[in-house]
Design a protein around this ligand. Structure first.
Ligand SMILES: [Cu+2]
Length: 408
């Protein structure tokens, strides 16, 4: 007994630490995706939530852009079918409407590398509480990439309903439509299965005398040892009849109660194309470095201006972070925006080839696990935006190898 006390104590302590620690846990795993995955696959930018507080049943819109990057890794399934949605901790908000590149998109869409998807998601508050809500981009075969999250407060308005009009003109509430039927049929099926299980395990020695049961050859029913009797055969026949009866009754019921039904619809299409104007520039990234102590990434690159107007680096967007060029006078605005410096600061003139150095000092490299020095793929990738002297914006995707700086 005495020896058990430290064990119990440590269990209790461990449990308490998990509880306390769990309270600190934040959101739902946007940081668990590898940095290379988040940087090289898709980039979210200009994301805006119309509000951060709604009542139950009130709408908010999430707008923004997501690009399937040219740097999409070859070791992932190639982007072909995608789905823009909302990620939240459970069905706490309800997606009412989705517009992609100006087109209504109720389903998944056909996508391709290099294209931009400008989305507008209309979402309703459903469950009261405070929830971290993200736009998301799921790619068939590759997984779901998260966009920037925002804490949304859904205030209690005494309930929630989701009315929709059926083709026959009747308005129903999708929150509880057919729920009674669902409960009845589920329980009927459940009890039938439970009855079967109890019949064979309760009064019978099938489980209690497993060694004997196991010795009986597969193709006999063990009548010699009294395992499966004639009476059992009759009972299981009744079970089979009851199952068939349940299915037949269900089928007749649904024909009578819901004579008009349509199958769930699938609408796949490629939304109207939007591609960012390709920058009139050749970008040749050098070897990036990462200093873990100062949380600094230095990104050298050679840029050739192939256009006819001077080009200035505007911003670097990766995953759902945007770094704006402080050296050109820009200041971060809003969440997920941070400064970076570009050295030398001046514009790149037409025909000129210039080696520039982008420096970003930010704790998010490790806090957000964007750069992990112990992983086999260490890269910096994303979208580099330029602006020319007329104010026109253009963009190039790039991928640079990254070398960590270690103190010996
Ligand atoms: Cu989150």
């Amino acid at each position: 007994m005495k020896q058990r006390r430290p064990l119990v104590l440590s269990l209790v302590l461990g449990f308490a630490m998990v509880i306390v620690g769990a309270a600190v846990a934040y959101a739902h795993g946007e940081r668990s995706q590898e940095g290379f995955l988040r940087m090289q696959t898709v980039a979210f930018y200009d994301v805006n939530f119309s509000t951060d507080t709604v009542k139950q049943g009130e709408e908010l819109t999430i707008t923004g852009k997501v690009k399937v990057l040219d740097t999409w890794p070859n070791n992932l399934a190639q982007p072909d079918v995608g789905f823009i949605g909302v990620i939240a901790p459970g069905p706490v908000v309800l997606l009412k409407d989705r517009v992609i590149n100006g087109a209504e998109a109720p389903d998944a869409i056909y996508i391709k590398k290099g294209d931009i998807y400008e989305f507008k998601l209309t979402v309703e508050g459903r469950a009261p509480g405070q929830w971290h809500v993200h736009p998301s981009f799921a790619v068939s075969g590759a997984g779901t990439l998260l966009g920037p999250g925002k804490w949304i407060t859904v205030q209690d308005a005494g309930g929630f309903s989701n009315p929709i009009q059926l083709l026959n003109g009747q308005t129903i509430n999708l929150e509880n439509y057919g729920l009674g039927q669902l409960v009845i049929w589920h329980w009927l099926g459940f009890f039938l299965g439970l009855g079967w299980m109890v019949y064979w395990t309760g009064p019978k020695p099938t489980v209690t005398r497993l060694p004997i049961t196991l010795r009986i050859p597969l193709n006999t029913d063990g009548q010699d040892v009294g395992l499966i009797t004639k009476k059992d055969h009759q009972v299981v026949n009744l079970f089979a009849l009851a199952t068939i009866a349940l299915l037949v009754i269900g089928w007749i019921y649904i024909q009578a109660a819901y004579p008009v039904r349509i199958p769930q619809q699938v609408l796949r299409f490629a939304p109207p194309e939007i591609s960012a104007p390709a920058a009139p520039a050749k970008v040749n990234p050098g070897l990036a470095s990462y200093d873990q102590d100062s949380q600094t990434v230095v990104l050298p690159m050679t840029v050739t201006n192939t256009g006819d107007k001077p080009l200035t680096v505007k911003q670097f967007t990766t995953s759902y972070f945007t770094f704006v060029n402080q050296s050109a006078g820009a200041t971060p605005s809003g969440e997920y925006q941070y400064p970076m410096t570009v050295d030398p600061a001046g514009p790149i003139n037409p025909g000129e080839t210039k080696t520039i150095k982008i420096t970003i000092t930010n704790p998010l490299w490790s806090d957000e696990r964007m750069v992990e020095v112990d992983k086999p793929m260490r890269t910096v990738a994303g979208m580099l935006f330029f602006v020319d002297s007329s104010g026109a914006q253009s963009e190039v995707d790039f991928l640079a190898d990254l070398e960590p700086k270690f103190k010996m």
